[in-house]
Design a protein around this ligand. Sequence first.
Ligand SMILES: *Cc1c(COP(=O)(O)O)cnc(C)c1O
Length: 373
Amino acid sequence: MQFIDLAAQYQHLKARIDKRIQNVLNHGQYIMGPEVQELEDKLAGYVGVKHAITCANGTDALTLAMMVLDIKEGDAVFCPTFTFFATAETIAFQKATPVFVDSDEATFNICPIDLEKRIRQTIAEGKLNPTAIVAVDLFGLPAHYSELERIAEKYNLKLIEDAAQGFGGSITNQQGSKRFAGSFGDIATTSFFPAKPLGCYGDGGAVFTNNDEYAELLKSLRAHGKGSDKYDNVRIGMNSRLDTIQAAILLEKLAEFPQELINRNKAAKNYENTLSSQYKTPQVPEGYISSWAQYTLVSDKRDAEMKKYKEQGIPTMIYYATCMHQQSVFEILNYTEGSFPVAEKLARSVFSLPMHPYLEQTKSRNISQVAVS
Ligand SMILES: *Cc1c(COP(=O)(O)O)cnc(C)c1O
């Protein structure tokens, strides 16, 4: 059994994907070929934003977003401590200072109450200039954006949505209006790393925004800061484009994505039905839909649990065993153990079960019977 079965997905989409790749080999426009623009239009349509700008990976997408927002040395950028490294890495890469925030125990996402506390602390200390918040849609569940947007506005901060794991998730508010992951905040990013909900066959990423100026800047920044043409360079940028072949693959995967999202939610429901008596299963707030990048359980007997699954041939993984404030590279920021009680507890007790759109119902039912009590 696979933790994420990319081969099963390929078998399902093989004829369509092979044809798309062959088309690229036939026309030969490997860099910025027509598939890239076609994909950007379809991504923007799916997410419901004006602009989708593809790039080389999800880490570059965050860096490009931060370049657009002019995040720099002396800035404080708030982000969850319980996340994948790139969220914090890209803040430090801009020479800004990441200010870590504890997690919400029910959703695993950034805790708005702790966020506001740490914004006030940073303002009171007066050493750094509070500039932005990076919220992460951890394991596929959108963060608490109504609260985060309120806080961003109150303290005049920019809001970046790191939707690397969240693509496909959504929030429907009480008025019935639905917004998809990638449409929150001032600018949003995603990753097409193969294991993400929408993945390609290599590295890829995208930035989403409704802001026309940001979109123009992003197109320049991803191509060496180009001006009116390729050899007119008006700013310092990066070389961060999505390969045409990856765009071609993603076009077929995106067409299938709505059905895959249904399948993921069915698999999650199946886990929920059979595991909730033995574990604290993931909570999805009212109106939210998760893209289930991971199906994550919490247990204070994690090692024993994982061993038991392994004996049954069921792979499990830990996302994440180390918080950002516990990473050796961030020792310099002088956080102490115990300063993020929820996140530290999660890092000690979470583990994830196999999750992908081709996880047959019968298999997820068998898994649930393995659970140790
Ligand atoms: C995967 C991931 C990234 C980085 O994406 P890459 O395409 O691997 O560079 C950033 N943030 C989060 C939360 C991720 O899970």
